[in-house]
Design a binder for this molecule. Structure first.
Ligand code: DGJ
Length: 763
């Protein structure tokens, strides 16, 4: 809800308020946080008293008439506010000052039209500011959604002169309090490293300059009170609906105001704004919770699931996927794919994704990108033939593309060498993964991609697209921004008219995991690192900002291709359950018992899919050093307990389940999971009457066929007892095998379901 009373602007949603007013023509920020009333404005306003010495004043009447000491909704440069400015402009080659003052407001039913993704279903307050002397109009758009507020800015050049925009942020947000900044940075296969930096008077910047939102600096971040926990304390969350180079800065002032700037990276930005033209920023989203990190992330999850994802995919179950990449890479024939498809279907997969290598001369990553004509040597019956056969097996058909790139060794590049992105000098770009980026600012290039991808999509029964992007941009500043606008244009043109296609975006894993891409693609491939120990960290970090329904999470082979770490199949499944489950390995390399375990995993996942994809997700830990993930709906809770290195003789461990009704009774059951005979190695000699070689035929045959169970546990208790902590089955401590113990080595884990039972039900 938006109200404007006595010059006080009040945005309210389910649990937050955002308040500001106009002070001498400047928008003065009053409050962003828990709910307050408009009438609280005066009480919440800062009291500058006689101001501070050394000030530059916008009015000589008082030392307090100084923009530097107020929390502001926006600020220019050169008017006494020496903090970092959200806008920098130049006219005729000279930097100019700006002085935006209030000129009016409007409540809009629809957000102003945009080339950028805009959150769905918001009520908008448009605050108009004018720099009369410069002839510039600034509109600050504030959006209200149930769990977040949004902000973006639009600059119009009303002057007769061209203006060059060198910096233009989406939002300037001012907060009171002491904070730690939580950011998520990394690199390929090492995405989303959670860094915590105390906020001080030294400015902290986090920026991506690669042309993508990048794995180096996710645009989402949190500002939390230093003592915030999962369940308590003040936490602010911010994100940006943008997939290109972005910028964040945080700095505390002498007065204790923390200024937060978010927007497009100003690095090398030069955006010419001719008279009459305007420039809009990407939309920023922000939310607050007094209920700790869990409260904040829940608000972001609700936002993404209800106001960002395409309405067509909101709340819709995501299919269990089999993806060909890690099992086959470029080495496949139709027969091999169909045989994998047959096994995938038998085990319960719902969709078969043919990854890279199906077109042109693409039999390695050195050639063929750009030529989307089917390789009939590999696929003699074309995509249609393959898709129909997969459909006959009961599988949907998904296809990989990397439309933004071109291989120099491709027909497309030979025909159009001028279509690649170059810098202002026309310098040839360096190669990244042996490829170049196409210039999406060129309408002919966009038309080619729309036409060539569209034709393939219409040629076969394709219900899913994996849209990959594996290199960085060489373009700078404004060209990078125009590239992203070109990308959004292409995505609209290809997918708006094909809404039944589920789009998964990917960029060497999580190199473009952002709200801009989520607007188009309901799910994103989190990382090329599918080692479950790494995925625990990556998915935990992602979960602060994004819901599990957006995580492409696949089970792959062990030892793992990127870490060479061996992990149990049960843990690989248990980690992938908390996302959009898929399998990405050669299923025929699995032992017979492992295939049966995969089948059981998929059956379990399907039975609890709604909870795992859309339930209320929270993070925690056990008193036994385990990582705890919990997903909860009205009907049930699914909890996962994950361990790292197995200690000798581990102690007791309890599972604490939050969110249950303390008066009701619940049945907890562990998911029966596989324990392999071979895992016992030479220990088997001690328990068997005959002495068998642990690497010999008899043990291998038993390993392949004989199933042992791990960690079976079932009990009934009240919600109150679950909140206190329920003892879990003991962990292996070198004594004996017992199906009721958790007989696990390193990286062991279990998953539990907790469901309400009637009070008189006895177990
Ligand atoms: C990078 C992606 O992250 C992988 O999943 C796979 O699709 C390869 N590209 C294919 O080239």
């Amino acid at each position: 809800m938006i109200t404007v009373n006595n010059g006080v602007f009040h945005l309210q949603n389910e649990e937050n308020s955002y308040l500001f007013r106009i002070m001498d023509g400047y928008p003065e920020h009053l409050h962003f946080g828990g709910r307050v009333e408009s009438g609280d404005a005066e009480a919440l306003a800062p009291i500058p008293g006689c101001g501070w010495g050394g000030s530059t004043l916008y009015d000589e009447r008082s030392n307090a008439c100084c923009l530097d000491i107020f929390p502001l909704e926006w600020s220019g440069s050169g008017r006494g506010d020496y903090r970092e400015s959200p806008v920098e402009l130049s006219v005729e080659g000279e930097p100019v000052t700006t002085d935006f003052r209030f000129s009016g407001w409007e409540i809009l039913k629809e957000p102003p039209a945009s080339e950028l993704p805009i959150s769905r279903g918001q009520e908008i307050l448009a605050l108009r500011l004018l720099d009369r002397e410069a002839g510039l109009r600034l509109t600050l758009c504030y959006g209200v959604l149930p769990t977040v507020f949004t902000r973006r800015a639009i600059l119009e050049n009303l002057s007769g002169k061209p203006v060059v925009v060198r910096k233009f942020m989406s939002a300037c947000t001012e907060l009171s309090g002491r904070f730690a900044l939580h950011t998520f940075s990394g690199g390929w296969i090492a995405e989303m490293q959670h860094n915590v930096t105390p906020v001080s008077m030294a400015r902290i910047c986090l920026e991506s300059t690669t042309g993508a939102s990048s794995n180096r600096a996710n645009p989402g971040f949190l500002l939390a009170s230093p003592d915030a926990t999962e369940a308590a304390g003040s936490v602010y969350g911010f994100n940006l609906l943008y997939s290109g180079s972005h910028y964040l800065s945080v700095q505390r002032s002498l007065q204790g105001i923390t200024r937060v700037l978010q927007g497009i990276s100003p690095a090398n930005l030069e955006w010419a704004l001719a008279p009459g033209e305007s420039l809009e920023t990407p939309e920023a989203v922000m939310s607050y919770s007094g209920g700790g990190f869990g409260g904040l992330s829940q608000r972001f999850h609700t936002y993404v699931n209800r106001n960002l994802i395409s309405p067509r995919w909101q709340g819709r179950p995501r299919p269990v996927v089999y993806n060909s990449w890690e099992g086959c890479t470029f080495d496949f024939t139709e027969a091999r794919l169909l045989s994998l498809g047959k096994t995938a279907a038998r085990l319960g997969c719902e969709l078969f994704v043919l990854d890279d290598g199906w077109f042109g001369t693409r039999s390695s990553d050195t050639s063929g990108l750009g030529d989307y004509n089917v390789n009939l040597k590999k696929l003699p019956h074309g995509l249609k033939g393959l898709g129909q056969k997969l459909e006959a097996m009961g599988l949907g058909f998904g296809l990989w593309f990397e439309p933004e790139s071109v291989s120099p060794d491709s027909d497309l590049y030979r025909a159009h060498p001028d279509w690649v992105l170059r810098d202002g000098l026309g310098r040839t770009d360096l190669l990244g993964r042996h490829q170049l980026l196409l210039d999406l600012t060129n309408p002919a290039v966009r038309d080619y991609i729309v036409q060539s991808v569209g034709a393939i999509l219409d040629s076969a029964p394709i219900s899913y697209v994996k849209w990959d992007m594996n290199r960085h941009s060489c373009a700078l500043g404004g060209r990078q921004h125009a590239y992203i606008l070109g990308l959004y244009d292409i995505l609209h043109r290809i997918f708006d008219s094909r809404p039944e296609i589920l789009l998964e975006s990917c960029s060497s894993g999580g190199n473009r995991f952002d709200c801009g891409m989520l607007y188009f693609s309901p799910q994103i491939w989190c990382s090329d690192d599918t080692d479950p120990a790494e995925r625990l960290r990556i998915q935990t970090s992602l979960s602060y900002l994004y819901p599990p329904s957006t995580f492409g999470a696949h089970v792959s082979a062990s030892p793992h291709a990127q870490t060479l770490r061996s992990t149990p199949l049960s843990t690989r499944g248990n980690v992938s359950f908390f996302g959009c489950l898929g399998y990405e390995l050669d299923l025929h390399e699995l032992l017979r018992v492992e295939q049966a375990e995969v089948q059981a995993q998929i059956a379990f996942y399907k039975a609890h899919r709604r909870t795992l994809q859309y339930g209320r997700f929270s993070r925690g830990e056990t008193d036994g050093g385990g990582i705890l993930w919990q997903a909860q709906t009205e009907e049930e809770t699914v909890a996962g307990v994950f361990h790292g290195l197995q200690p000798a003789a581990p102690g007791y461990e309890r599972l604490t389940v939050s969110g249950l009704d303390s008066q009701k009774r619940y049945r907890m059951e562990s998911r029966p999971q596989l324990l392999r005979v071979g895992d016992f190695g030479s220990l088997l000699r001690h328990v068997l009457p005959v002495k068998l070689n642990p690497h010999g035929f008899a043990i291998s045959a038993a390993d392949s066929r004989y199933k042992m169970y791990d960690g079976a546990q079932a009990l009934t208790a009240s919600g109150g007892a679950f909140a206190q902590g329920i003892p879990l089955a003991p962990r292996f401590s070198g004594t004996a095998y017992d199906p009721q113990s958790r007989t696990q080595s390193d990286f062991g884990s279990n998953v539990y379901t907790i469901k309400e039972v009637s009070p008189d039900e006895k177990h």
